[in-house]
Design a binder for this molecule. Structure first.
Ligand code: 6PG
Length: 251
């Protein structure tokens, strides 16, 4: 079971559909449990969704109860053009009335391993509070994001989970930092263990450069280490692939 697949005509429709899914999940999580936690993706594709959310959809969401996290971060300062935080800040967060305390960046301006450990502590504290609020204090908290938004690279990576890396098999930690040889750079990323604990995961993919890989990822898995996106299977949650017609061309 690869989850559901929703195919829309083009990138504009993808941005609208992404905005709609985000908004409806936010509205229902806030009404059911008083808050909405989401892990954002970096990359080019989600930016248009963030712009929609910061524009037409913004008034539909009570931003006081939204908590923004990141699924991965590049190891650069927060004002660097490659920063996923900076991208979301400019496309979305600067345009909505969200309290600063609800924005939870990965602090990659410090050493990557320290940033990962600090983020893990922050997430564990946040989700432990969530359990207490629901009266389940004492249970072991999981990384129960209401939504994890993910992109997929043409090599099948997602978040900063790259093919054939140890991060894919990390079971204990929710967040790891490692040096990605093929990028010649450090990344901090949520692990599959953390992502698969989410209530909803939405992959966004657009463009023909993703078509071949999308077909492979959605096929039965041969050896998931070669296609990290295949390792994302929420254990008790929903998985949706939101793709445009160009990316879906080979399905
Ligand atoms: C990042 C990401 C990464 C991204 C994919 C797809 O920080 O780069 O989180 O996993 O989502 O590489 O990126 P595009 O949308 O730019 O193709």
């Amino acid at each position: 079971m690869v989850g559901e697949i929703e195919i829309v005509s083009d990138e504009n429709e993808l941005a609208l559909a992404g905005g709609e899914h985000f908004t409806s999940l936010a509205v229902s999580a806030i009404s059911a449990q008083g808050r909405f936690s989401v892990a954002l993706s970096g990359g080019r594709t989600p930016r248009a969704i963030y712009e929609q959310l910061g524009g037409a959809f913004a008034p539909q969401i009570d931003w006081r109860y939204v908590h923004i996290f990141w699924g991965d971060e590049r190891c650069v300062p927060p004002d660097h053009p490659d920063s996923n935080y900076r991208m979301a800040r400019r496309a979305l967060l600067n345009h909505v009335p969200i309290p600063e305390a609800n924005i939870h960046p990965i602090h990659t301006e410090t050493e990557p391993e320290k940033a990962a450990a600090a983020y893990e502590r922050e997430l564990r504290g946040f989700f432990a509070d969530g359990l207490e609020r629901e009266g389940g204090g004492g249970r072991r908290p999981a990384a129960r994001f209401d939504l994890v938004l993910l992109g997929m690279g043409a090599d099948g990576h997602t978040a900063s989970l790259f093919p054939y890396t140890a991060a894919l098999y990390e079971r204990m930690h929710w967040v790891v930092a490692y040096y990605v040889e093929k990028l010649n750079a450090w990344r901090v990323t949520l692990t599959p263990t953390a992502i698969n604990a989410a209530a909803n995961v939405i992959f966004i993919a657009s463009g023909e450069s993703k078509a071949k890989r999308l077909k492979e990822v959605l096929a039965a898995s041969a050896f998931p280490g070669s296609l990290p996106a295949q390792m994302i299977k929420p254990t008790d949650g929903n998985l949706l692939w939101l793709v445009d017609a160009a990316a879906a061309e080979m399905l």
